[in-house]
Design a protein around this ligand. Structure first.
Ligand SMILES: Cc1ncc(COP(=O)(O)O)c(C=O)c1O
Length: 421
């Protein structure tokens, strides 16, 4: 079977819900996606059958241990991580990043440098600004080009020096939609002796987050953005994690990965993560037989996950193309991101725009009245919104289709926008 939107949509119970006789149009996906039935089932199964704390000698606790162990293996497959013990669960990306930054900072000396970007979500900016303040580090800023909406990597080269210890960069921008070449950024950072911390929250729903291919040192993501529950996941290179002092309580284990998992985790959320990974693998298995071929080194679930993600992104590029070509027809409307139809592999379908006459918030509210869900504002991309000059004027309208959105929904959105504008 090739990609079949009907079969896909049937997996997601939320997609068929109506409010007051109106269907829901979920274009708020960059802020959080819907989940497949298998995620709902895994979470409720966990709450009913394996609801206990970890490490006990009795049935429910041993089963809960297994749930967490299986999910770690699943996430290692999703990220093509060398070892499952390098996977750390936590509340969300922001909490994990704030938590780890405290340990990372202890390894740096005053005057050491870190590179942050003007494109990233604040969750990959402010934890590091706080770290820089607390440990007397110097911050260097990587700008993005305001015409291409991409980084110029020559700028990165100019920032890197033997003093650079860490480069923090996003896989995809939650405002512009730009997909960054994190593999090349990691390569250049590594060549100058720096570690790379990749925020894959916005890229993970759309493209592979292969930590070995990227060559980064840390990668963090959130399952609720890739069709799973509210659960953060961090991968770190073992030899670096072992150098870090975990901030933990005394009775908690000293070994990886538990030493970085503070307190009791959401076991039901972790169970849902495994089901979210299984969903990608299912797509790869039943819809993407041809797509596994470009990844000859992969087998089993890793191959299926990879094939599934590639297959979904191929479909999403079609959605991006129609959305961008539709938006291009509206006078006074400006898209803040890549619009060239031959560059759709360099962006995710997240599209932000402003209108010369109507405020972004007004547009979002008028769409909401028609049960079309979009966000407006800076969406925590503080630096990017400032660079674009839209931070103080209400930010942009952000429309974020994913693979479960249909072409008919894009047409409906464009018609509704036409009516509003
Ligand atoms: C690019 C990016 N990074 C980080 C975050 C923060 O993620 P979390 O809610 O898991 O802390 C978001 C949330 O929207 C995001 O879009």
């Amino acid at each position: 079977m090739s990609f079949d939107p009907g079969v896909i949509r049937a997996q997601f119970p939320a997609l068929s819900i109506e409010d007051r006789g109106r269907p829901r149009y979920y274009f708020d996906n960059p802020a959080g996606t819907q989940v497949s039935q298998r995620v709902v089932d895994a979470m409720s199964h966990c709450l009913v059958n394996t609801n206990a704390n970890l490490g006990g000698p009795f049935e429910t606790s041993m089963r809960a241990d297994q749930v967490v162990a299986d999910a770690r293996v699943a996430m290692a497959d999703f990220l093509n991580a060398p070892e499952a013990d390098e996977i750390i669960f936590g509340q969300n990306m922001t909490t994990l990043t704030l938590h780890l930054s405290r340990s990372i900072g202890r390894l740096f000396k005053p005057g050491d440098e870190i590179v942050l970007t003007r494109m990233d979500h604040d969750a990959n900016v402010h934890p590091w600004l706080l770290m820089a303040r607390d440990f007397d580090l110097t911050v260097r800023w990587l700008p993005f080009n305001l015409e291409t909406f991409e980084f110029d990597l020559a700028d990165l080269d100019n920032l890197l020096s033997e003093r650079t210890r860490l480069v923090c960069v996003g896989g995809a921008s939650n405002l512009l939609g730009t997909l960054n070449d994190v593999a090349e950024i990691s390569r250049r950072s590594r060549a100058s002796g720096a570690w790379t911390f990749v925020d894959a929250v916005q890229s993970a729903p759309h493209v592979a987050s292969d930590v070995q291919e990227i060559g980064c040192d840390f990668l963090v993501c959130s399952a609720y953005k890739f069709f799973g529950p509210h659960q953060g996941i961090l991968w770190g290179r073992r030899e670096i994690l072992e150098q870090l002092e975990p901030y933990k309580v005394r009775p908690a284990p000293d070994e990886l990965p538990w030493c970085f998992e503070t307190g009791t985790q959401s076991h039901e959320g972790i169970a849902g993560v495994e089901a979210a990974v299984e969903y990608f693998a299912w797509v790869g298995e039943i819809m993407a037989t041809d797509w596994g071929e470009p990844h000859p080194g992969f087998s089993g679930r890793r191959k299926n996950v990879r094939a599934g993600i590639d297959c979904l992104f191929d479909y999403e590029r079609g959605l991006s193309k129609r959305l961008l070509s539709g938006l291009a027809t509206f006078p006074h409307l400006k898209v803040h991101g890549i619009t060239a139809t031959d560059a759709l592999d360099r962006r995710v379908p997240t599209v932000s725009f402003t209108h010369g006459k109507l405020a972004s918030e007004t547009i979002a509210k008028l769409l909401a009245k028609q049960n079309i869900f979009v966000w407006s504002g800076h969406n925590y991309a503080v630096e990017a919104a400032r660079a674009l000059g839209i931070y103080d004027s209400g930010g942009a309208v952000r429309v974020g289709p994913v693979h479960y959105n249909s072409m008919a929904e894009i047409e409906h959105f464009l018609d509704a926008l036409d009516g509003i504008l």
